[in-house]
Write a new protein. Structure first.
Length: 208
């Protein structure tokens, strides 16, 4: 199968997986139900994804791919780390508050096995957060920030950027923020981070 044909087929399968997930939840989203919705063979799904866990890992991974690729490229290329965070922050917020992330998180909250939540953790936060940490380390090396505990500063930044927006989306209490709102929130998060960890400022309690 040609690469472009396979990619198109995978997109159909993954769209079907989201549709079945929303209808039946993670426990009820069987490979057979997804294959039928995508008009694909069950054998194809198992050959490409291994099993249901593999398929949903792939969904989470693809959902975060754009941000992950952007982060990796910026880290490798060097440059102004805080300016990079300024570009990456709104993109990350778009992923976290997008329809697919909301569908995955709603299903994970209702999944008694915890399998989908683990997939979201492994393919999402546990791969994105270290890259954010690398950018923060670059910012420190460039003299733009001063801090001791990298993990603490990373959590502060993510808290400022994301706050409760994702959980409010998941429980249906807000619409997805538009580009202007995401950009404004990203700028505010970066501005507050710079104030909290400005070079020459006394180290904050807990950031030791």
């Amino acid at each position: 199968m040609r690469d472009e044909t396979r990619e198109a087929r995978q997109a159909q399968i993954e769209a079907a997986a989201y549709a079945v997930l929303e209808e039946k939840g993670y426990a009820g989203a069987s490979m057979l139900a997804i294959a039928r919705r995508a008009k694909a063979s069950n054998e194809t799904l198992y050959n490409w994804y291994g099993d249901k866990t593999g398929l949903f890992h792939a969904l989470v991974r693809r959902n975060a791919d754009e941000v992950r690729a952007m982060l990796g490229a910026q880290i490798a290329g060097g440059g102004d780390a805080l300016a990079t965070l300024g570009r990456v922050g709104p993109a990350l917020l778009a992923v976290l508050t997008g329809e697919r992330a909301v569908a995955l998180n709603r299903a994970a909250a209702a999944d008694p096995t915890g399998e989908l939540g683990r997939a979201i953790g492994q393919e999402g936060r546990e791969t994105i957060a270290p890259l954010i940490g690398q950018l923060l380390e670059q910012a420190r090396a460039q003299g733009a920030l001063a801090f001791g505990d990298l993990e603490a500063v990373r959590e502060v930044y993510l808290g400022l950027l994301v706050g409760d927006t994702q959980i409010r989306r998941v429980i249906g209490r807000m619409e997805a923020p538009d580009e202007a709102a995401r950009t404004a929130r990203g700028r505010l998060a970066l501005d507050l981070l710079g104030r909290l960890y400005a070079p020459g400022k006394r180290v904050l309690a807990g950031d030791r």
